[in-house]
Design a protein around this ligand. Structure first.
Ligand SMILES: [Fe+2]
Ligand SMILES: [Fe+2]
Length: 173
């Protein structure tokens, strides 16, 4: 495969996006324990806790990717993920502890985060292939698979009981 020129705009863009998702993953390592503590149902707590372990691994994989492409490990603030995390904090502030409604909100915040990750890794994998970074593409594909599973699990938790339970809670509780 033609790996293109080493200093192309595409390579620069790839690196920018890598630094963005690296910041986002590290932010999620700090945020997931807060979501776990705030969640009402054990099932949702477990989902956040399990994804925290996976997310630590996502950070480590990205550090490997920086090495594979011969670049220093660097994070650049990701305003999108910062905003999603702020929305999650608002949900915690605006919902009652122990309510199913809180879990509905936390699942929304969690799924927004997962979809941002899914979009970014999907794009990064395509660019990595174009740039000839096939090992990096394979590594990020493992992460992408875990992001999709985490997203599906949140859908299942919502549909199995949390949404219904929230519908039975009176307004103001
Ligand atoms: Fe992740
Ligand atoms: Fe994730």
């Amino acid at each position: 495969m033609n790996a293109g020129v080493a200093d192309s705009n595409l390579k620069e863009f790839f690196l920018d996006q890598l630094q963005d998702i690296y910041w986002a993953e590290k932010k999620l390592v700090k945020t997931l324990p807060k979501l776990e503590d705030a969640a009402t149902t054990q099932e949702l707590r477990d989902a956040f806790s399990n994804h925290l372990e996976e997310t630590r691994n996502h950070v480590a994989r990205l550090e490997d990717v920086f090495g594979m492409i011969g670049e220093e490990v660097n994070a650049t603030k990701c305003p999108a993920m910062a905003g999603i995390v702020d929305e999650g904090s608002d949900i915690i502030d605006e919902t009652e502890e122990g309510s199913a409604q809180r879990d509905v909100g936390l699942i929304f915040a969690g799924q927004k985060a997962e979809h941002y990750e899914i979009a970014t890794y999907g794009g990064l994998i395509q660019l990595a292939k174009t740039l000839g970074y096939n090992d990096a593409a394979n590594l990020m594909y493992q992460t992408l698979t875990e992001e999709k599973k985490a997203d599906e699990l949140l859908t299942q938790i919502a549909e199995r009981n949390v949404n219904y339970q929230a519908s039975m809670e009176p307004h103001g509780v």
